[in-house]
Write a protein of this length. Structure first.
Ligand code: PGA
Length: 264
């Protein structure tokens, strides 16, 4: 599986990307069961989720080979990782390189998730370097941006996201593509979501800012993430410039994850 699943032209861009971020949850058997449930549900689904959306699964590193193995029975689901090393290779104990991810069947990698910014002190500069490395290894970076509760309350949300896009998104060559995930930090795992107006404002701001980085900003998918659930997916995923979702908690249940995909 490579970027061909995800990257074909041009009607592809019209499809939403529904991405599951499993985070650091479950053991190997849980991963196998979850992916089997997703594949089985899709194979008996008559709402044709897969012809209408692209599906991406981002398991923990260690579970990638098992999930890849299961995906042989469904080559239409793409595989991604949740992070990659800032280094290309060599003496970096504990790191996993972008090239290794590519080699393991990944087509995507999440970069700069707010949990990594907060818990692993990742800076905009480091995120930009990882995104560049991912692009150079032919992986699609999903670059995460989003404001904290305090930043939103103090009216700084748009300034923060502007800074993050400018600093984290590398200059893109003619054929290079990225994905952005707008994830308000206060919405992640809390059950709280922004108003549709706030999502619309932020996604159109991001689309405008992307003109500074690429000649083809319309080809960048801008995902929404943060407490995306079956009951709010229809509204959020229908908003202008919302090209899919990055889903944490609800991606751990096949039924909920696919209900979100169906809502798209
Ligand atoms: P959540 O997480 O869906 O559990 O809020 C989203 C994310 O962190 O990507």
């Amino acid at each position: 599986m490579g970027n061909s699943v995800i990257n074909s032209l041009p009607d592809y861009i019209m499809k939403k990307l529904i991405a599951g971020n499993w985070k650091m949850n479950g053991g190997i058997n849980d991963a196998k069961t979850l992916i089997a449930n997703i594949i089985n549900t899709l194979s008996t689904d008559d709402s044709q989720i897969q012809t209408r959306s692209d599906i991406l699964i981002c398991p923990p590193f260690l579970h990638i080979p098992a999930v890849r193995h299961s995906l042989h029975s469904n080559p239409h689901i793409a595989l991604g990782a949740q992070d990659c090393s800032i280094y290309e290779d060599g003496a970096h104990t504990g790191d996993i390189s972008a090239a290794m991810l590519k080699d393991s069947g990944c087509s995507h990698v999440i970069i700069g998730h707010s949990e990594r910014r907060q818990n692993n002190s990742e800076t905009d500069d480091l995120i930009a370097r990882k995104a560049r490395l991912a692009l150079d290894k032919d992986l699609m970076p999903i670059i995460c941006v989003g404001e904290t509760a305090q930043e939103r309350e103090s009216g700084e949300a748009e300034n923060i996201v502007t800074r993050q896009i400018r600093a984290c998104v590398p200059e893109l060559g003619t054929f290079e593509e990225i994905t952005i995930a707008y994830e308000p930090v206060w919405a992640i795992g809390t059950g709280k979501i922004p108003t549709p107006d706030d999502v619309t404002t932020m996604h159109s701001l991001i689309r405008r800012l992307l003109k500074e980085k690429t000649a083809r900003p319309e080809r960048v998918r801008i995902l929404y993430g943060g407490s995306l659930k079956p009951d709010n997916a229809k509204i959020l995923l229908a908003l202008p410039n919302v090209d899919g979702g990055l889903i944490g908690g609800a991606s751990l249940k096949a039924k909920d994850f696919l209900a979100i995909a169906a809502a798209a």
